[in-house]
Design a protein around this ligand. Structure first.
Ligand SMILES: Cc1ncc(C[n+]2csc(CCOP(=O)(O)OP(=O)(O)O)c2C)c(N)n1
Ligand SMILES: [Mg+2]
Length: 710
């Protein structure tokens, strides 16, 4: 059960120093003072328009400096948020490096001038690049801790730089604990007894919203008290010594692998939420003044002199040295150039591994009889898992049987569509396992694992239910490399099933929507139409160094027309290379997924009816990158083009291709670019609705006829 204590009484522990020697206390004071002085300097620089934003860590310094002392930079791992200046200073980040981010310098080690100030990140100390969304850090921290634990069990210590008793610190404000991902992460950290220390920096407000509005009962540490094996400590976070005591206990609990820990630290917020917030608008003077006496900037040095740890002169010397350092570092940073505009595309994708290159063009070595998309996807996963021990597979129902003791008695599940069948049996439960029923949990943990060097190939059971994970995909997965200036990356594969034509799929088992991902830079989007392509493209997805959204059409899983022979364990298809399925000279049809076969059938139908059209049929195979070269070559021959796709028509893939053609190939057109797609509705359950909504054979045939006759 959860290990709880009553609130630590600062009075009772006033004499305890938890092993901190006088020089340690002075070092803590220096960090606290330095942190505040950097904030003050940045505020000045903002007024002088030398920086463009400021976020202060004022009032949070004591517990953060203490946390930094209780942990080991470059050994433990850190998932921070914007108030954590004192933590980062304590871990080794210099004031100069902080100012580099504030001025937007190319040399900023956290983000190469790409993120706002106080968005921490430093590869030397394992401070993983932090983003702006509140709460996305929790599941990543869980994945990071899990990567170490799993890798150790698999003998992959080196692949993830596992340190044996390492722990992961994740920090948060009080308001941010209302995000669902906080609870999802605690559920898994507790369930797997992961070494994650949560530090809640509770300043009583989330911008203007007080804690009792965010948190039932007003105390998050009380709310979480029933999570198994979670050690909870509540502490005055403005007292660095008491904070150190609480942090030390939390860290020891995690190092001993007893489970996660949560330190609930009560801090203050003397500088309002941010420069654009004035807390006088919603907090009365009396409440604000009550906090002043708790400010570690005045209270801690007073205590140091009172307790005879230091003289007033000693403290003054520390302040003078810090003031000088802050001024010198700020001035030096102001001289540093911002990144050149020519760098904007650097680190959107891997600069080292090019998934479109010939390195990924390997010849198949066929064996066996033709088999289905499902079988060849499964074969690819097996091959790759044999080749690369860093690959882990998880998601909902992907394991054969979570209760291992039943494995001998049962056939096994292996995915609701059986794509992962037998993988747990062959590779074990450390590498193939079920997640909780929580999509953000799957992707967020995968990000943490990928950051550490594992290669997650995760499954989202249905595209229709990917949305809880969209936040992680859009704001985290795709931005990690770019926003950290290449210091961090999270190459992973998300496999998901999509599409209609199954009859009865209705609204929530028929969705497409690939453009929501093609519209997100930093992610490849793959959409195979047949078994052989599925195998070769999945292998490229796994071996490339970028995030990949791998879309598997449910209707195509077990057809006979798209079967293929096993192409061998090295078969890869580069991204961005469309397949010309049929050559022709009258018009071009660009399509992908389930409409490849439907278009072929429509052409056969037309020929049978005596209306033969010599069409060139292009299967894009990958939507991002897009093979405009093949489209252009074809259009120059046919001068007419139809884009056929299953997604709703408006704002979709056809719009992008049409626009690109208008821009780049207008002179070659003898007819308007035509789009054939689903209606701008959802997919209905009744077959009459479904067939009216999704593009049917006759619709395709009619569009082809009309375009050819234009
Ligand atoms: C997902 C998301 N929603 C809203 C915001 C805007 N926002 C930034 S900070 C913040 C309040 C955070 O409060 P808390 O977690 O208590 O941290 P504090 O700033 O008080 O330290 C809000 C609403 C955001 N960055 N991300
Ligand atoms: Mg707060």
């Amino acid at each position: 059960m959860a290990t709880t204590t009553d609130q630590i009484d600062p009075e009772a522990r006033a004499d305890e120093r938890f092993g901190l020697e006088p020089e340690d206390l002075l070092s803590l004071y220096r960090t606290i003072y330095l942190s505040r002085r950097i904030d003050d300097r940045e505020l000045l620089m903002k007024r002088q328009q030398k920086i463009f934003f400021q976020i202060s860590g004022a009032g949070h310094e004591a517990v953060l400096a203490a946390a930094g002392r209780a942990l080991k930079p470059g050994y433990d791992w850190f998932y921070t948020y914007y108030r954590d200046r004192a933590l980062c200073l304590q871990l080794g980040v210099t004031p100069y490096e902080m100012f580099l981010q504030a001025v937007g310098a190319a040399a900023d080690p956290a983000s190469a001038g790409r993120q706002m100030p106080s968005h921490w990140g430093h590869a030397d100390y394992n401070i993983v690049s932090a983003s702006s969304p509140t709460g996305t850090q929790f599941l990543q921290a869980v994945g990071c801790a899990e990567a170490g634990v799993r890798a150790a069990k698999l003998g992959l210590d080196q692949a993830v730089a596992f340190e044996g008793d390492e722990v992961v610190l994740v920090t948060t404000g009080d308001g941010t604990t209302s995000e669902g991902e906080f609870w999802e992460s605690l559920n898994t950290a507790s369930n797997l007894k992961l070494p994650v220390v949560y530090l809640v920096e509770d300043n009583g407000y989330a911008i203007s919203v007080p804690v009792e509005v965010n948190t039932a009962g007003g105390s998050v540490s009380k709310l979480v008290s029933s999570f198994p094996d979670l050690l909870i400590r509540e502490v005055d976070g403005t007292d660095p010594v008491a904070s150190y005591g609480a942090m030390q206990e939390a860290v020891a609990h995690c190092r001993a692998r007893k489970g996660p820990a949560l330190v609930h630290a009560h801090v203050i917020r003397p500088y309002s939420h941010s420069m654009s917030d004035d807390e006088k608008m919603y907090r009365p003077d009396a409440e604000r003044e009550a906090e002043v006496g708790r400010d570690p900037l005045t209270r801690f040095p007073a205590r140091l002199t009172e307790e005879g740890v230091a003289t007033a002169e000693q403290l003054e010397r520390i302040r003078a040295e810090v003031d000088e350092l802050v001024a010198a570092d700020a001035e030096r940073a102001e001289q540093q150039p911002q990144p050149g505009p020519e760098t904007i595309y650097v680190h959107v994708y891997s600069p080292e591994v090019d998934a479109t290159s010939d390195e990924f063009a390997t010849e198949p070595e066929f064996g066996g009889d033709p088999t289905t998309v499902v079988d060849l996807l499964n074969a690819c996963m097996r091959d790759e898992m044999r080749r690369d021990p860093r690959i882990v597979v998880f998601g909902e129902d992907v394991a054969d049987c979570s209760r291992e003791e039943y494995l001998d008695e049962v056939k096994g599940k292996g995915g609701v569509f059986k794509v992962t069948a037998g993988l747990q049996r062959e590779f074990g439960s450390e590498r193939v396992f079920n997640s909780p029923l929580a999509e953000a949990n799957i992707v967020g943990r995968a990000v943490g694992m990928a950051t550490r060097g594992l290669k997650p190939v995760v499954e989202i059971q249905f595209f229709d239910y990917i949305w809880p994970a969209f936040h992680q995909l859009r704001n985290e997965v795709t931005t990690m490399r770019w926003r950290s200036g290449g210091a961090y990356k999270c190459p992973l594969v998300v496999r998901t099933t999509y599409g209609g034509y199954l009859a009865g799929g209705a609204i929530y088992h028929s969705q497409t929507g690939a453009t929501l991902f093609t519209h997100t830079p930093g992610m490849h989007v793959v959409c195979p139409s047949n078994a052989e392509d599925a195998n070769g493209l999945l292998r490229t997805a796994i071996r490339c160094d970028d995030p990949v959204m791998f879309l598997e059409h449910k209707h195509l899983y077990r057809q006979t027309y798209n079967k293929g022979r096993y192409p061998g364990p090295e078969y890869m298809i580069p991204f961005g290379r469309a397949n010309v399925v049929e050559e022709g000279s009258d018009l071009t049809i660009v399509t992908y997924g389930a409409l490849v076969e439907r278009t072929r059938k429509a052409l056969r139908q037309l020929a049978k009816d005596g209306r033969e059209i010599d069409a060139e049929l292009i299967d894009l195979r990958t939507l991002n990158p897009l093979d405009m070269e093949t489209i252009g070559r074809s259009l120059k021959k046919t001068n007419r083009i139809l884009v056929a796709y299953e997604d709703a028509k408006s704002w979709g893939f056809g719009a992008e291709i049409s626009a690109r053609i208008a821009d780049e190939l207008f002179e070659w057109l003898d007819a308007p670019v035509r789009r054939l797609a689903s209606t701008d509705t959802f997919v209905g359950y009744a077959p009459t609705l479904e067939s009216a909504i999704l593009p049917q054979l006759d619709d395709i045939a009619a569009a082809i006829t009309e375009l050819a006759a234009y």
